[in-house]
Design a protein around this ligand. Structure first.
Ligand code: ATP
Ligand code: MG
Length: 532
């Protein structure tokens, strides 16, 4: 399936926006998890740690200061009075409640799980029977253990054991049995020492938990950073892809623009190569079709132009026939008149033929003129199609110079030739020669008292040129437009077909003819021939 450019750009932007959205969401979830861990540490675990430290401190105080191993009655009574304040197992029970509540409040995270384990461990210290089992194990070796075991109720938990010893101690002190009281005091010290060890272990566990949590928080933050980097780079990548896509579309539009420019400059040959089924591809196809139809139209126009030229020539020939009749009538009547006079002259037969010779010369002149007119007419009417060959215009001008030199000399006209190196060009040498002869003849006729004619060649990027310059009377502005019209002439014996023929030849060659007033007087005719 092919998508249009706008759809592609739209999808590109949707992907960029979604990627940014997901990346922001992911990062904020990560950051909030990190925050949860930190909050959990601060709210739940640090206070617990404080409490454990507090419990340990209390136990230490009792162990060293209060439960001094003494048998002095006042000291024993003092201990009895302060002992009820020490409720280590109740403190542990309270801790279990707090930890369970904290673990439930955070039952989703891993910390909740280890907190539950921790609370079980604390509970085990309180309601386990480890002290009783220790007593049983020691009973074989220790008489104190045996004595205590004998008095204890069956399988007391650690807390119950502590309660029983504390109570028994108080009874002995109250009944002033200080020796037995001292024994219980030693038992109490034994229990508290054990409890302190347990409490320290639990405290260590807690520290470990804190370390784990903060380690995890660190990992979490590193992961959040990585996620931010990955998602941001992903978004940038997608952005670059969208940019490349847009650029490729713009590049194809530029190609298309170049094609349009070529066609607007008249070059319909090459087609625009822009592939793809999107808008630009379709536009390029349409454009190529348009260029093709322009090509076809051009060819059709060329054919029509040919036909038009032919029709024009036929029309001109028609017009010429009338003109020719008119042109021929005068010399013919003049010849007829002269022939009659000649007849009379010969009938007189005086032997003086001066008059007769004069008449014959004038007849000859008229006949000559008739020949000229008919030749010009035939040249114009029968002009064949140009027979193009690659030729050197300079060579042609050089040879032509030699050909007209004699005639110009007689008319007291200097011939100047200035040639520039120019490439060979396609032209019909006979026709161009004919055109140049006509131009040189006109130039010479414009300078009846003599002067100079200059032939020059040169080139421009698209054409080579040859020009004929004279220093004659020049052409008045109002006549300049008409000089190429057939039969336009300002000369008594001119047919007015010379320049019309030149123009026809140049048109056949797809070239131009330019007529300008020369600087410093005279006229310039320039023929331009296309290079290809
Ligand atoms: N070099 C020139 N200087 C001044 N006028 C010119 C020049 N060339 C042509 N003309 C003018 O253009 C007219 C038309 O020239 P064109 O060669 O067609 O006919 P023509 O010279 O009059 O007759 P033909 O060529 O048959 O002798 C001329 O009669 C003349 O007035
Ligand atoms: Mg002429």
């Amino acid at each position: 399936m092919r998508f249009s450019i706008s759809t592609k750009v739209f999808f590109g932007f949707v992907v960029v926006i979604l990627t940014f959205g997901f990346s922001s969401l992911y990062n904020s979830v990560r950051t909030s998890q990190l925050g949860d861990t930190v909050v959990f540490l601060r709210r739940e675990i640090f206070p617990l740690k404080e409490q454990f430290l507090g419990l340990d401190a209390t136990l230490r105080v009792y162990y060293t200061d209060v439960l001094v191993n003494t048998r002095r009655p006042d000291a024993l009574e003092l201990v009895r009075d302060r002992l009820p304040q020490l409720q280590p197992y109740r403190t542990l029970q309270e801790l279990v409640t707090t930890i369970s509540a904290a673990a439930e409040g955070d039952n989703k995270s891993n910390d909740g799980l280890s907190l539950l384990e921790f609370s079980t461990a604390v509970e085990r210290v309180r309601s386990g029977t480890s002290l009783y089992e220790k007593l049983e194990a020691e009973s074989a070796a220790s008489s104190r253990s045996r004595a205590l075991l004998a008095k204890l109720p069956a399988y007391p938990t650690n807390a119950e054991l502590f309660e029983w010893i504390a109570k028994d101690f108080a009874i002995h002190v109250n009944e002033r049995r200080y020796d037995q009281a001292a024994e219980r005091l030693a038992d109490l010290r034994w229990v508290l020492q054990d409890l302190r060890r347990d409490t320290k272990d639990l405290g260590r566990n807690l520290t470990q938990m804190i370390n784990q949590s903060s380690d995890r928080a660190e990992q979490e933050s590193a992961r959040a950073l990585l996620a931010a980097i990955v998602t941001t780079s992903g978004s940038i990548l997608v952005g670059i892809m969208v940019m490349l896509l847009t650029q490729s579309a713009i590049k194809r539009i530029r190609y298309l623009g170049e094609g349009v420019r070529r066609v607007s400059q008249g070059d319909y040959a090459g087609e625009v190569r822009v592939r793809g089924g999107d808008e630009i591809g379709v536009l390029a196809d349409e454009f190529n079709k348009m260029a093709q139809s322009l090509r076809d139209r051009d060819q059709k126009l060329a054919v029509q132009r040919e036909e038009l030229l032919r029709a024009e020539r036929l029309a001109t020939i028609g017009k010429m026939s009338a003109q020719i009749t008119h042109e021929i009538r005068n010399p013919l009547s003049s010849i007829g008149l002269n022939t009659e006079l000649l007849e009379e002259e010969l009938a007189d037969n005086t032997g003086d033929f001066r008059e007769a010779r004069e008449l014959l010369r004038s007849i000859g002149q008229e006949v000559g003129r008739l020949t000229d007119v008919t030749e010009q007419y035939l040249r114009f009417a029968r002009m064949p199609k140009a027979d193009l060959h690659m030729e050197s215009l300079n060579n042609l001008v050089t040879h032509l110079g030699q050909f007209v030199q004699e005639d110009l000399n007689q008319r007291h006209i200097n011939l100047i030739i200035r040639l520039e190196p120019i490439p060979d060009t396609l032209f019909d040498a006979n026709q161009i020669r004919q055109a140049l002869i006509n131009l040189i003849r006109n130039a010479a006729e414009a300078m009846p008292k003599g002067g100079a004619v200059e032939l020059t060649t040169g080139q421009r990027p698209e054409f080579v040129w040859v020009q004929v310059r004279d220093w004659g009377e020049g052409i008045p502005d109002e006549q300049r437009e008409r000089i190429f019209d057939p039969f336009f002439s300002t000369k008594i014996n001119g047919t007015g077909l010379g320049l019309a023929l030149v123009q026809q030849i140049i048109t056949e060659h797809r070239g131009n003819i330019v007529c300008e007033a020369a600087p410093g007087g005279g006229t310039v005719f320039r023929l331009e021939l296309p290079k290809d």
